[in-house]
Design a binder for this molecule. Sequence first.
Ligand code: HEM
Length: 195
Amino acid sequence: MRQRLNKDQWRRVIMKGVVFTEFLDFVSATHGADTADDMIDDAAVPSGGAYTAVGTYPHTEMQALVAALARRTGTPAPDLLGLFGRHLCGRFAVTHPDFFAAQASLFDFLDSVDGHIHVEVHKLYPDAELPVFRLNRRGTDAIDLDYASCRPLEALAEGMIRAAADHYRQPVAIATSRMEEPAGPFVRFSIRHAA
Ligand code: HEM
């Protein structure tokens, strides 16, 4: 799993523009276009908020936008990221329906993110910096899904998992734990089918 980054390496971490354009759509839809504009002004991001889906931008801009929205709305940043994760997964279900149709269940879908979906994403965007997911089955009703990334976006991942559970109409309970391995830290989502 991934190593911790120092401050200079952090600044160089980039993120695909599609995540930014979807984030601005999410903020406009949930809080209004004026709040989206105010958030961009507050965050004073170098790009000025002029994102295109095919561009790439420093990941620090996403952190600044989320922090600015958290200050304006009084909603904690992880909660905002979770809601955005739900929105993003819902959008992917519209823009990439085949990835969802190819899997019959939530656990099979989550298993396909690392081994198939993000592999295809990487072919489309060779500069994408994708997280690593490792899935271990715990009997028929539970899995451990381990998430490692150079970015602290576990709240986004959890929102995406919850939206995928809704998509497959398979309610789940999720427990989150922070783990350490010699190779680096990761987050474990222990996911169980809820009755
Ligand atoms: C059709 C389904 C999906 C597509 C098309 C997709 C595509 C992408 C793309 C384009 C990025 C941006 C990469 C970058 O900025 O360089 C990304 C990042 C990410 N994806 Fe996916 N993804 C999908 C499903 C999922 C699911 C189901 C999860 C959660 C289990 C997930 C978790 C993440 C996370 C957490 C990131 C942020 C990057 C990071 O954590 O380092 N994705 N994905």
